[in-house]
Design a protein around this ligand. Structure first.
Ligand SMILES: *Cc1c(COP(=O)(O)O)cnc(C)c1O
Length: 352
């Protein structure tokens, strides 16, 4: 089985090793030390100097929910970039927690442009929320433009980087990111079940500490309190934390640039070769995480099924309107260029 998906992805042998072992008990010093080291190493990868990380047990959406629930109140107002199903998730969460919001819609297949911000009065908002890579379409938004807008109007800049971190350059300090949202099963290539929030101390003191909890399990404050000693309030997904600690340590050793380069190479290789097939790649800017391909003459669902039945290859199908038109080819995890040769061969057959 080969996964050209975006999460879970093809895992590395070291991760599979860990996943096959007996889980340890976690309320002890060894586990705490592992958590504290992982926090420190993750902060280095994110370029977060004065800040904290919390590890939530739940998929990426849990961390998105935690941010909306724990940082904002009904007298706040947030601006959301909504260009697909993950942007829409922020919108639904704000509605759910009664947080006033406006959204900037980016209709498929339009590219986000600076013009979309031109008529927006930024001063009426407290924060800008964006999924920097909108995974449902593959569009990568311009972080410099959004960062400058947030800075200009004094907005907190909240970035869901779940499917961009480790694929595209990410730097919390450089872009003034106050809170970043991450998850275990995308480029980190671990099992699903842990999501992370990384935020500056200032953001914590100004936005999180003063707010009374409106949720319990996803309370950031409770997680921060526990994390002071390297612990979590409830039993976490212990196994996934072990996988993550190893991966984050490994990436710190080999360097984040190496991971970025590997992913970019796979993306560029695939994008070049696939041009010989009857598919179109949308014109908007892309993350290195995945390549969206539009199939003008074929049913995408049937192509997905063909690859699965014929070669045990899994690409990423789309939901909604794009279900029959688009497939997404992932470039994350333990894949090499030869894997793409095989994929392209079967894809060619499927599109013959
Ligand atoms: C995968 C992903 C999430 C989280 O989705 P879950 O299914 O809850 O893990 C959130 N945002 C983006 C941009 C994603 O790609």
């Amino acid at each position: 089985m080969k996964l050209f998906t975006v999460g879970p992805v093809q895992m590395f042998d070291e991760t599979l090793d860990i996943a096959s072992k007996q889980l340890p008990y976690f309320r002890d010093q060894e586990f705490s030390n592992m958590m504290l080291l992982m926090e420190k190493e993750l902060k280095m990868l994110l370029h977060l100097k004065q800040g904290k990380v919390v590890f939530l047990t739940g998929s990426g959406s849990a961390a998105m929910e935690s941010v909306v629930a724990c940082c904002f109140q009904s007298h706040h107002k947030v601006l959301i970039i909504n260009g697909g199903s993950f942007g829409d998730r922020f919108v639904k969460l704000c509605a759910c927690y009664h947080i006033p919001y406006d959204e900037i819609k980016v209709p498929f297949p339009q590219a986000f442009s600076e013009d979309m911000l031109k008529n927006i009065d930024g001063t009426q908002y407290d924060a800008l929320l964006v999924n920097i890579h909108e995974t449902s379409t593959g569009q990568l938004y311009p972080i410099d433009v959004l960062s400058a807008f947030a800075k200009k109007h004094g907005l907190y800049f909240i970035v869901d980087a779940i499917s961009s971190f480790l694929s595209d350059p990410f730097d919390m300090e450089r872009y003034g990111i106050d809170c970043a949202i991450l998850s275990s099963q995308k480029a980190l290539a671990c099992g699903p079940g842990i999501s992370m929030l990384a935020f500056t101390d200032t953001f914590y003191e100004k936005m999180i500490e003063p707010k009374d909890d409106t949720c319990m399990y996803l309370s950031i404050k409770t997680h921060v309190e526990n994390m002071k000693r390297g612990q979590t309030p409830n039993t976490p997904a212990v196994g996934i934390l072990l996988e993550l600690a190893q991966r984050i340590h490994q990436i710190n050793i080999c360097g984040v640039d190496q991971v970025l380069l590997d992913t970019k190479k796979k993306a560029m290789y695939f994008r070049k070769q696939v041009q010989e097939l009857p598919v179109n790649i949308p014109k908007y800017p892309l993350s290195h995480t995945l390549t969206p391909i539009i199939l003008p003459d074929h049913n995408a669902e049937e192509v997905y099924q063909y690859l699965k039945d014929k070669a045990n290859i899994y690409v990423t199908p789309n939901g909604g309107e794009l279900k029959y038109k688009m497939l997404r080819i992932g470039h994350l995890g333990n894949l090499c260029l030869e894997d793409y040769d095989i994929l392209l061969r079967y894809l060619k057959e499927a599109l013959a």
